[in-house]
Design a protein around this ligand. Sequence first.
Ligand code: NAD
Ligand code: UPG
Length: 330
Amino acid sequence: MAILVTGGAGYIGSHMVLALVERGEQVVVLDNLSTGMWWAVQPEAKLVEGDIGDEALLDRIMAEHRFDAVVHFAGSIVVPDSVRDPLGYYLNNTVKSRMLMACAVKAGIPRFIFSSTAAVYGNVPAEPVFEDRPPAPVSPYGASKLMTEQMLKDSHAAYGLQFIALRYFNVAGGDPRGRIGQSTPRATHLIKVACQTALGQRERLEVFGTDYDTPDGTCLRDYIHVSDLIAAHVDALDYLRKGGDSGIFNCGYGKGYSVLDVIRAVERVNGAPLPVQYAPRRAGDPAAIVAGAARVREVLGWQPRHENLDFIVETALNWERKLALRNAGG
Ligand SMILES: NC(=O)c1ccc[n+]([C@@H]2O[C@H](COP(=O)([O-])OP(=O)(O)OC[C@H]3O[C@@H](n4cnc5c(N)ncnc54)[C@H](O)[C@@H]3O)[C@@H](O)[C@H]2O)c1
Ligand SMILES: O=c1ccn([C@@H]2O[C@H](COP(=O)(O)OP(=O)(O)O[C@H]3O[C@H](CO)[C@@H](O)[C@H](O)[C@H]3O)[C@@H](O)[C@H]2O)c(=O)[nH]1
């Protein structure tokens, strides 16, 4: 049996491919390389360059391999872009996910694991958010993911498709052994941008908003190391293979760090002050969003190994150095 990983050339998907090939699984990656990198896919996996909305291609791949699961990472991920181009986001994230799901059901693939997001919750109070909180996304990105969760629930009820949707909080860091990391050139994520600044690739880090109702006035987020996030996917796969119930799980550590906490961590790890500039709030940012994180541990048996902000930053910084060398042709 093989596993189909969509978006396996992207940041998070490429870490999943690494974890799967390391445990001896047969992996096929489907990726259109719109933001992913072919070289991020481990050579043991088969890379098919193509689109998750291409029905004929999906039918062909699914007939060629016996998949027991689809792990679906492919999608568009930039929240402000989704506000500017909602229909583009609904197409790539919702409509094409429907096509992928329909082909999986048609081909009799029993299991589906989906990259959802904390953005489905929308603006929340400062305390941890649990999975049973009614979702209320405030961006088309969050809504596009919530619709896909709904299609999974309905497909479970109608066709018996087993599914796990993992709602990621703020994913950061890279493979602890430095083999892969976040490589998208125009990334907007705080830890990535802070590391690029630490290496002199950006002049300064802008801090978006210092007047939030939080302990130091900057936003709180629940940063999760990408390898721990991937461990939750592997746990989800094992759980579904054992016949576990379908469901939705938050993926975070349950602890919030402020933007200033992140800056201090980068300064500690890099051993130098980071040039920062205080700037106005960025539109659409909730003040705080922290995971209620018990369910994934209790039900899937998830045990994180890298619950440490400095370690997350260290792996992100190491990867950024390697990427700079690679981009310079070194
Ligand atoms: N990075 C985060 O903090 C975060 C947080 C919550 C959820 N997520 C979700 O995790 C998933 C992976 O995110 P990422 O950070 O690795 O992003 P990424 O952009 O690095 O990866 C997405 C991958 O999907 C591919 N892709 C996009 N549209 C495609 C299509 N139509 N057909 C085939 N391939 C396509 C891209 O080429 C890329 O390789 C996304 O679904 C995203 O919404 C990410
Ligand atoms: O240059 C920067 C970049 C970010 N921030 C702040 O840092 C925090 C984190 O921002 P960012 O890293 O962009 O992540 P989020 O906006 O929290 O969104 C991420 O986390 C969500 C889940 O919580 C996912 O759904 C999204 O895909 C993913 O981008 C926010 O307060 C930002 O305002 C800055 O101050 N300066």
